[in-house]
Structure formats: C-alpha cells, structure tokens
Design a protein around this ligand. Structure first.
Ligand code: FMN
Length: 439
C-alpha cells in the first residue's frame, strides 16, 4: 500500500525497467531469486540493463546487482556490500591494537567493497565504554595507519572511519558485562567520566545526568571532531562518517527525545540540526575534497509522533546533503529505551528508499539484511546505493566472497586473496555442483 501511495516517487526516480522491478518487489516478499524462478529471462535482462547503466559500455552478461561498482568523489568501490560500523570494545586508552588489525584485516580480505571502523571517538570522554577506540593523539593516528596500510596493501576494500562522541550514552560497561536487564549499564560511579549532551536529560533513569552543552563546550567538541577528521586523513582512510545517530552526542541534538533546549539549538528541527550541521561543515572543510564523507542518522525514533518520523528523516537527510554529505547511512532508533521498533528483515530499508528516491540523495541501507537475495533486491530496486551488513560479518568475515561463490560470480567485483585461491576454486566447484543438482 505504501508503495502505491508513493508511486510518483518511483516514476520520477526510475526508468521503466527499474520501475517494474520496484513494483514487483514492493512488499519485499517477492525477491530477486524469486523473480528468477518466475521468469529467468526477464530477470537476466534486468541484470544486463542495470549492468549497462552502471558499467557504461554495452553489456551482454547479467551481473548480480550487488556486484556493480560504485563511485563517490574519487573513491571507487568494487561492489555494493559494506561492513557496518561495529564497536569491538577491546581497545586500551582508545588505541587499536593487534585485535583490531586482525579483525579489520580479515573483514577487508572478505570481499566487501567498503569496510567501516567501529565508532571511533574524538576524546577519552567521548567514549561509550573504556574499551572504545579513539583518534585523539598522534599515537592513535599511527596505530590506525598500520591497519589502513594493511587493508590497502592486502585487499581491494576501501576503508572508512566512523567518528563520534557518545554524549549521554557514555561511561557505560562493555555490553558483555551488562546485567541482562540493564541496557547501556553505566560504569560504577567512581569510574564514570563527566557526560555532555544537548540537554541535562539522563539516557535512562539509572544513567548519569549529562551536562547540557554551553557554547564553549560546543566549540571544543566541534574542534575535536575537526582534529579527528584531520587525523583520519593522515592515517589514510578513504572516507569518514560523522556519527549523528543512536542517541549519541550529535543525535542528542537532533532528536526531540533528548533535546529540550529553549535556545537556537532546540525546538524546531531546523534549530536541532544547527549544531550537528556546524560540526559536519567544519569536518568537511578539513577532510580532503577528493574523498567522500557520509553521515549516519537515526531516521526514526520508533516512539510515535513525539519523536523523529519519516517526514523528519527526509528533512535531516536533505540538510546534511545540502551541507555536502555524499552519502546518508540510514539507521534508526537507539535514541530511547522506550522505543518500539519492529525489527523484521530489511526493516529500515523503506527509510533509505524514501530518502534516496524522494530526496535524490545517495544512501546506505542497513538493519536485518542478511541474505544475498536481500542485497540484490535492495540494489536492483534502487532502495539504496550500498548495503551495510553488521552481524552477518561477525559470523562470516568472508560474507561477500561466499556470496560470489554461491552465485557463481567471477567478475571484477570480488578478489579473493591469491594465497587462498585453491580454497576458493574448491568452493566454486562445490557451489556449481549444488546449483546444478538443485535445477
Ligand atoms: C557488536 C555491534 C557493535 C555496533 N557498533 C556500532 C557502531 O560503532 N556504530 C554504529 O553506527 N552502529 C553500530 N552498530 C550497529 C550496526 O552498525 C548495525 O546498524 C546494526 O547491527 C544493524 O545491522 P545488522 O542487522 O546487519 O546487524 C553495532 C552493532 C553491533 C552488532
């Protein structure tokens, strides 16, 4: 029903073939592979059509949509799969170490076109937990550079750093230490550091009360974001993302759930966006012009009309896009423990669809996307430009290489490490056998 209510969006954004594909898959129940079962020739024509559009030249062979390349400024991605930012809570004093080298190295070798770091913090006080990584000194820059160099030397992946400040959600225990009934459980009082937020609103009844930021705090935090962006450039990252989601510091300004200010930074959405836009603009100024920059937003608070809803999501995305964001990473929620999301498969993707096709803005979809079929359907239906997978990559860092083998794809969008070629030769042979016997 929502699709039919919004048909003008798709008429404007798509050519006829993609419009048809979008309509056929509108409920997200009929998927890419399901269309292949119904009409193999039609689906292959669609894959050739998309390949032609994205690769430019005349194409005769179908390409799985996830294996189409993507370009943002001077950054070229081999394919549309991204490893979503995921905290490891395993650093000491914010320093990434051997764990992070092996972890990100494995993810980069796994075939995804883009790998994100975890939320990496601009100061010790900006951390969520004592184990969160940081980028506030030359030592941090050097430690990250070692990992960036590995990724660039040994894989085709591009590497993005997510930069953030935990705001009212800081000074918590690492999640595996939480009492299962206490979400975002605070550190013991003696180990807490002072928190900052848009307003002096504790995240939960048991959370420490943050200080409402004054102008001096705002200047300092903006400058720390800028310093972090410069350090990320020095470390050699291909992209940075400003974290403005999930109830952390910049999100605490955007969502009315956490912002009760009465000055020019509170009240209307325009006011609530003012400070996050100021920080974004200052970071964009020092981040190299040939490299892209994304922003992660919470496009819905899942608490009804008193929180962020669809109409706000589009306005937020447009504001960052107008300020120079190349890509909006469309997440939702985590701004209140009272939220009631319905986290079915691909549950946040309709918000990416809205922002991309109504706002003409590049987006990443994320959230409960875990099948090859999900990724192909999202890309082919134009619901996002890229697709972030988080938990699937923890279970399988080689998710993309395995997807390629399962689909029998051997084109330029994936590169298994040459040291592993015998393993992948066997995997492709076995996958081919499984496909043939299933037919
Ligand atoms: C262990 C873990 C750590 C996470 N840390 C971050 C983070 O640092 N920054 C962020 O924006 N999202 C973080 N997330 C959220 C994920 O990026 C992603 O949005 C979410 O898990 C939904 O995707 P999935 O269904 O593919 O797991 C984290 C998720 C997990 C599972």
């Amino acid at each position: 029903m929502v699709w039919f209510e919004n048909t003008p969006r798709y008429i404007e954004a798509f050519d006829l073939k993609q419009f048809n594909y979008s309509m056929l898959t509108r409920s997200q129940r009929v998927s890419h592979e399901n269309l292949r079962l119904r009409d193999k020739q039609w689906l292959e024509n669609m894959e050739v059509h998309l390949a032609q559009r994205h690769l430019g030249s005349e194409q005769s062979e179908p390409v799985p949509p996830m294996f189409l390349p993507y370009q943002l400024r001077e950054m070229s991605l081999d394919n549309r799969v991204a490893v979503s930012p995921m905290c490891m809570y395993s650093a000491t004093d914010g320093m990434p170490d051997d764990w992070h080298l092996v972890h990100y190295g494995a993810l980069a070798k796994g075939g995804a076109g883009l790998v994100y770091t975890e939320m990496t913090n601009i100061s010790p006080e900006a951390r969520i937990t004592p184990g969160c990584t940081g980028i506030w000194s030359d030592e941090h820059t050097a430690a990250w550079k070692r990992i960036v160099d590995f990724v660039h030397q040994h894989s085709h992946a591009k590497f993005a750093m997510q930069i953030g400040h935990a705001g009212p959600k800081g000074a918590t225990l690492e999640p595996w230490k939480w009492d299962p009934n206490i979400l975002d459980e605070p550190l013991p009082e003696a180990e807490q550091w002072p928190l900052l937020s848009a307003s002096a609103v504790p995240f939960d009844s048991y959370s420490p009360v943050p200080k409402a930021m004054d102008r001096a705090d705002m200047d300092q935090i903006r400058d720390e974001h800028v310093a972090a962006a410069k350090r990320a450039a020095d470390a050699g990252f291909d992209m940075i993302e400003m974290h403005a989601a999930h109830g952390y510091l910049l999100s605490s300004f955007i969502t009315p759930v956490l912002n009760s200010r009465t000055d020019e930074y509170g009240g209307s959405l325009e006011n609530r966006l003012r400070y996050p836009l100021e920080v974004f603009t200052a970071m964009r100024e020092v981040w190299p012009a040939d490299k892209p920059m994304s922003v992660r937003i919470s496009a819905h608070d899942w608490i009804g009309e008193s929180g962020i809803t669809e109409a706000d999501a589009l306005a937020i995305a447009k504001a960052f896009s107008n300020a120079g964001a190349d890509l909006i990473n469309v997440s939702t929620g985590q701004t209140s423990h009272d939220a009631k999301p319905q986290p079915g498969r691909m549950f946040q993707t309709p918000l990416s669809d809205l922002i991309r096709n109504e706002g003409a803005i590049n987006t990443i979809a994320v959230g409960n996307i875990y099948e090859i079929d999900h990724v192909n359907s999202i890309i082919a239906a134009g619901r996002a430009d890229l697709v972030c997978l988080a938990r699937p990559h923890l279970a399988d860092p080689n998710w993309t290489l395995h997807a390629a083998a399962e689909l029998g794809y051997q084109g330029p969008a994936v590169h298994e490490p040459h040291q592993y070629f015998l393993g992948y030769r066997q995997l492709y042979t076995n996958a081919e056998r499984a496909r043939t016997s299933a037919e």
